[in-house]
Design a protein around this ligand. Structure first.
Ligand SMILES: [Zn+2]
Length: 351
């Protein structure tokens, strides 16, 4: 390995990471680790050096270098804690690092029999694939429907799913079961609730509802439910964290049709989620959401898009925001972060 780094030969603690980040040529370490009874065992580290990224992982015969990639742009580093460091790569680096992170995840699955999400799962399809069973459930009162924790980061946002086919049927609001159709209706949204703002888009049947994320009220619950709904079929669907994210909900014909969420990073808006419900697709709603969002909330003309997939890339290209001459420029962003896994009762660490 070209870096002369003293790495622990066996299982140890992670104090050596502190030593690494103090070295002049290393800007940041991003560890993947296993939490065992007697401490934390680091199994891979991404090393952000002056102008390259190196990924190393521990195999049974010692530490291996997976890759050394020369960066074309400075990434954005965010560190609250050594184990939870986040480094976001931008532009062309974003696509390359996304692929490298998946390769690293595959290596770890091979040697440690553990998946480190999102390293080993991003891009995979149906999140509930292994759990789904044939089913003929029909509504929220079906005996197969269970109360389960919601997918968003909203506290106590329980939802109701079928335990056979995993279909989402509704949410819990103030102790009541609310059917999904009702949750997505403008009537429910505006009953005893006033959204933070309404954005008119010059159409009689459509408008947008803005959420600043606080306090958590009906707009945030609708976005949270839509996160669950959209996230059902994709394990790479981002989480909705209202305390950090702002949101814009698209209402058409008194029905919530889709939404975007975003947050600010170093003074630039980062688009986190973009989603349009199935039967509202191919009506230009995604385009309209993005255009309005840019005009209203993205004053500098430049914004980041968090982990775009091929489908969203083609939308941003069509708008002229990627590789185009549009009024706005969208820069791809791919964050990698420190991730820890716990052993379940049946697992032991290889010695
Ligand atoms: Zn079912």
């Amino acid at each position: 390995m070209s870096l002369n780094i003293p790495l622990p030969a066996g299982l140890g603690d992670y104090a050596w990471l502190e030593t690494l980040v103090q070295r002049e040529e290393i800007d940041q370490t991003i560890p993947l680790y296993i939490e065992a009874d007697d401490g934390i065992e680091v199994v891979a580290v991404s090393l952000l050096c002056e102008d390259d990224l190196r990924m190393i992982y521990r195999a049974p015969n010692g530490w291996q270098l997976l890759t050394e990639y020369e960066l074309s742009e400075d990434p954005i580093i965010h560190v609250d804690d050594l184990l939870d460091a986040v480094v976001a790569f931008v532009g062309t680096d974003a696509r390359v690092v996304q692929k490298l992170a998946q390769e690293l995840g595959e290596k770890l699955e091979e040697h440690w029999k553990m998946g480190f999400v999102p390293y080993s799962q991003s891009g995979k399809g149906d999140k509930f694939e292994e759990l789904r069973q044939d089913c003929n459930c029909s509504g929220i009162d079906d005996p197969s429907i269970e109360r389960v924790p919601g997918m968003s980061e909203i506290e106590e946002s329980a939802e109701f799913r079928c335990h056979n086919c995993m279909s989402l049927y509704g949410i819990e609001y103030q102790g009541r079961r609310i059917d999904l159709d009702e949750v997505f209706s403008a009537e429910w949204l505006f009953t005893n609730s006033t959204p933070d703002d309404i954005v008119e888009i010059g159409a009689e049947d459509s408008f947008l509802v803005y959420s600043d994320g606080r306090p958590i009220d009906k707009t945030e619950r609708v976005i949270g439910a839509m996160t669950s709904y959209g996230g059902d079929t994709s394990s790479s669907f981002a989480r909705y964290i209202p305390e950090n994210h702002q949101g814009l909900l698209y209402i058409r014909d008194d029905d919530a049709a889709g939404y975007v969420t975003w947050e600010e990073l170093d003074g630039i808006q980062v688009l986190r989620q973009l989603y349009v419900r199935d039967h509202y697709r191919r009506r230009g709603i995604a385009e309209e959401l993005i255009q309005t969002w840019c005009q209203e909330y993205c004053e500098d003309g430049v914004y980041y898009i968090d982990e775009p997939n091929d489908k969203s890339r083609s939308l941003f290209s069509k708008l002229g925001h990627i590789d185009g001459d549009g009024e706005y420029e969208a820069i791809e962003l791919y964050p990698i972060r420190g991730v820890g896994n716990s052993l379940d009762g049946s697992q032991t660490l290889p010695q």
